[in-house]
Design a protein around this ligand. Structure first.
Ligand SMILES: *Cc1c(COP(=O)(O)O)cnc(C)c1O
Length: 226
């Protein structure tokens, strides 16, 4: 990556940070209540290193395999990295996901909860777990349907002994996002869940207004994905 490209990535990171701070103030919240998850999927280490050098430590990836190729080395190079899995997890990748990720945001069905619980009997690693909710009830999208969320969260606790610390959603692209963020927040409040992962490049300001604790921003930092 050239110096100019590196500069662009860091400049965009700073722009996102300042927009984030403005949105947090506008919402009457404290800056330390909202964490920026920099979504580095499809980008190589040469784009990620300048962002790490600038002090960013929380990152999101959507594929286990791709992450295993990039992150062990980066984690060895930079202390304090917190890596979030934000893409669908297959049961046969639970072992790798638990070994590498610090947060798994996409617990989205009973078989995955079971696979994670089983993996926890074999290792001391305990990534934080969030449940993905399909707030728009879109057939092609992963996530627990809002109507099933109560029962699923109860099963996570009672049946699989999993502590769910957060909820995550991806609103439909063609609808205003705020009602979806509001729905996620309502489900979280009902279950005493404090973490809300919601808001991406196009809508993180609305998400912050609606109570997001984690925003997942990719293209606004790294540029368009290829
Ligand atoms: C890619 C992705 C993001 C980031 O999207 P941008 O629009 O590039 O900010 C956030 N969340 C999830 C689940 C993603 O897959």
């Amino acid at each position: 990556m050239s110096d100019a490209q590196e500069h662009n990535v860091v400049a965009r990171l700073h722009k996102v940070r300042s927009e984030m701070t403005r949105a947090v103030r506008h919402a009457g919240r404290n800056p330390d209540e909202v964490t920026l998850v920099a979504v580095s999927k499809t980008y190589f280490a040469d784009s990620i290193v300048p962002v790490l050098e600038d002090g960013q430590r929380v990152f999101g990836e959507n594929r286990v395999q791709e992450s295993m190729q990039k992150w062990p080395e980066l984690k060895a190079q930079f202390a304090g990295i917190e890596l979030h899995l934000i893409g669908p997890l297959q049961s046969n990748k639970a072992k790798e996901a638990v070994a590498l990720f610090d947060v798994i945001e996409t617990i989205d069905r009973p078989s995955i909860a079971e696979a994670i619980a089983k993996e926890f009997t074999k290792t001391d690693r305990r990534p934080k777990l969030y449940v993905q909710v399909n707030t728009g009830e879109e057939p092609q999208k992963a996530g627990i349907l809002p109507l099933d969320a109560d029962a699923f969260l109860t099963r996570c606790k009672d049946e699989w002994k999993l502590t769910i610390e957060g909820l995550m959603c991806i609103p439909p692209v063609d609808e205003p996002p705020s009602p979806h963020f509001g729905l996620l927040r309502k489900i979280a409040e009902k279950h005493g869940i404090k973490i809300l992962s919601m808001g991406m490049s196009a809508d993180f300001e609305e998400a912050i207004q609606m109570g997001a604790t984690h925003i997942r921003v990719g293209s606004a930092i790294f540029g368009h994905r290829f």
